[in-house]
Design a binder for this molecule. Structure first.
Ligand SMILES: Cc1cc2nc3c(=O)[nH]c(=O)nc-3n(C[C@H](O)[C@H](O)[C@H](O)COP(=O)(O)OP(=O)(O)OC[C@H]3O[C@@H](n4cnc5c(N)ncnc54)[C@H](O)[C@@H]3O)c2cc1C
Length: 410
C-alpha cells in the first residue's frame, strides 16, 4: 500500500523528509517558506524530544530569522548577551567570554522548542509511525525513489531528505555502505534542576555560564567526563556492542565520583540538585562523510554531520542545512530535470562547513578538558578558548545562500 502525498503541486517534483527530529522539522519549515511541497515521515508515534535543554548561538538565530520563526522562538527562549566559560575548580576561575562581538546566546527546553516548530509545520504533511527501512531507487534520471516503511507501506518521491539522525538508514543509500557512529570516549551527565536558590549563590558574573531553559527558572546541566585522549577511537571501544544503550540512568554518587577533580561549589550543588540524571555516551561521525548527496537523495542534520556537542552546534548546523536547502529548492531554476545538480550545490556549500564543525568540535572538547595546545593552566586555557567559536557563531549563513544561488544561476 502506498502512502498518498498530501501536498499541492507548486513544483514538478515531490520531496519526502525522513525523520521528524529538530533537523527534519527545521527542514520542513524552510521548504514551506520557500513554497516547496513536502511530506515528512517520523518513526515515532508522535514528534518528541529528550527532556533536556538546548542552546543556540548567533549563527543559528540568524537562520531562524530567515525561516520566519525567530519571534515565536524568542517568546519562550531565554537569552543573554554575555556567555562565559568558567572552570569547575574551587575558585571557579573565569576562562573566556564567548560573545565578544555580541549575541545573543539563547537557550530553551527542547519540549518548548518542539512546540514552536510544530506550529509552523502543517499536520497534513506529517506522517507518524513511519519508520523507513530502506530507500529503493526506481529511476536515476530524473530521480525517483520508493521509500519502504516498517509497516509494509511505501511512498514515492523524487527527492528524499535523510534527517533520520546520527544512525541514519537513508545515509546507507547515499554512501552505498553502512557507517556506524563512533563513541568518542566522553560521557555526558545530563539533567535539569530548579534555578532560584542556586542563582542567588553564584552572583550575576557567573550566571552568564548557565544554560537557563525555561522562564520558570530551570537550569540545564551537561557535564563531560572524558577518557584519556590516547584511547579515543581505539579499536574495540569506539563502536559499542549491538544493543548496548547510549543513554542510561545515572545516580549522584556516580556523578560526584566522576567529577572529583572539579571541587567547585557550583559543580557539587548542581549535581546534588538534579533529580533525574542520565549519562550519555557521546558519538560522532568520524571521519566526516565524503558526500552529503547522491542523485536525488540529500542528508541533513546529524545524519550528515553528527558531531560532539562541544561547540553547541549539532542542531545549529541542521538549521543552516535547512535554510540553504530551502533557498536552493525553492528557486525557479530547480525543477525535476535540474534536481541532481541543485543537490550537488547543496553539498558543495554545506559539506565543508558541516564537516569542519565535526572536526573542530572534537578539538574544542579537548580544550574544555584542558588538553589544548597551551595546556591546562588557567592562562593556557584562556589562550586556547578566547575567540575559539567566533568563526562558527559569527558566520553569516545568508552569504552562503547567496553563493549557492549564484552557482545555480550561472
Ligand atoms: C549532550 C548533548 C547536548 C547538545 N547540545 C546542543 C546544543 O546546545 N545546541 C545544538 O545546536 N545542538 C546540541 N546538541 C546536538 C543536537 O541535539 C543534535 O544535533 C540534533 O538534535 C540533531 O537533530 P536531527 O533531527 O538531525 O537528529 P535527531 O534528533 O536524532 O532526530 C532524528 C529523527 O528521525 C527519526 N528517525 C530515526 N530513524 C528513522 C527512520 N528510519 N525512519 C523515520 N524516522 C526516523 C527519529 O525518531 C528522530 O525523531 C547536543 C547533543 C547532545 C548529545
Amino acid at each position: 500500500m502506498s502512502v498518498p502525498s498530501s501536498n499541492p503541486q507548486t513544483k514538478d517534483f515531490r520531496v519526502a523528509i525522513v525523520g521528524g527530529g529538530i533537523g527534519g522539522l527545521f527542514c520542513a519549515i524552510s521548504l514551506r517558506k520557500s513554497g516547496v511541497p513536502f511530506d515528512i515521515f517520523e518513526a515515532a508515534a508522535q514528534f518528541g524530544e529528550v527532556g533536556a535543554g538546548i542552546g543556540f548561538a548567533p549563527n543559528s538565530e540568524a537562520a531562524m530569522r530567515y525561516l520566519g520563526i525567530f519571534e515565536d522562538y524568542m517568546r519562550v527562549a531565554n537569552h543573554r548577551d554575555r556567555y562565559s566559560v568558567i572552570l569547575g575548580n574551587e575558585t571557579h576561575d573565569h576562562v573566556a567570554d564567548m560573545l565578544p562581538h555580541g549575541g545573543p546566546v539563547t537557550s530553551i527546553h527542547r519540549a518548548h522548542l518542539l512546540d514552536v516548530l510544530l506550529k509552523h509545520v502543517p499536520s497534513e504533511s506529517s506522517h507518524l509511525k513511519k519508520r523507513c527501512e530502506r530507500v529503493e531507487q526506481v529511476s536515476a534520471d530524473p530521480p525517483l525513489y520508493r521509500i519502504h516503511f516498517h509497516d509494509g507501506t511505501t511512498h514515492e518521491a523524487n527527492l528524499v531528505i535523510g534527517a533520520d539522525g546520527i544512525r541514519s538508514v537513508v545515509r546507507d543509500s547515499v554512501l552505498g555502505y553502512r557507517v556506524e557512529p563512533r563513541y568518542v570516549g566522553t560521557r555526558a551527565y545530563r539533567g535539569i534542576f530548579p534555578a532560584q536558590e542556586w542563582l542567588k549563590t553564584i552572583g550575576p558574573e557567573n550566571e552568564t555560564s548557565l544554560l537557563i531553559v525555561s522562564g520558570l527558572g530551570k537550569i540545564d546541566l551537561v557535564g563531560f567526563v572524558s577518557e584519556p585522549l590516547e584511547r579515543r577511537f581505539s579499536e574495540g571501544t569506539d563502536i559499542l556492542p549491538p544493543g548496548e544503550p547510549w543513554v542510561q540512568p545515572a545516580n549522584k554518587e556516580q556523578a560526584l565520583a566522576d567529577f572529583v577533580d572539579m571541587p567547585g561549589p557550583f559543580v557539587k550543588t548542581a549535581l546534588n540538585s538534579i533529580e533525574r540524571m542520565t549519562v550519555w555516551k557521546i558519538h560522532c561521525l568520524w571521519p566526516p562523510l565524503p558526500t552529503y548527496v547522491k542523485d536525488g537523495i540529500a542528508l541533513l542534520g546529524d545524519a550528515a554531520h553528527g558531531t560532539t556537542p562541544h561547540c553547541g552546534q549539532g542542531a545549529g548546523q541542521a538549521l543552516e542545512d535547512s535554510y540553504i536547502l530551502g533557498q536552493l529548492l525553492g528557486h525557479p531554476k530547480t525543477t525535476l530535470q535540474t534536481l541532481r545538480s541543485t543537490l550537488a550545490i547543496y553539498d558543495e556549500i554545506r559539506r565543508p562547513r558541516g564537516n569542519k564543525v565535526v572536526e573542530y568540535s572534537l578539538e574544542t572538547g579537548n580544550v574544555w578538558e584542558g588538553w589544548g595546545a597551551n595546556g591546562e593552566s588557567v592562562e593556557g586555557r584562556k589562550l586556547d578558548a578566547e575567540g575559539r567559536l567566533d568563526w562558527i557563531w559569527q558566520h553569516d549563513i545568508n552569504q552562503d545562500a547567496e553563493r549557492a544561488i549564484a552557482i545555480l544561476e550561472a
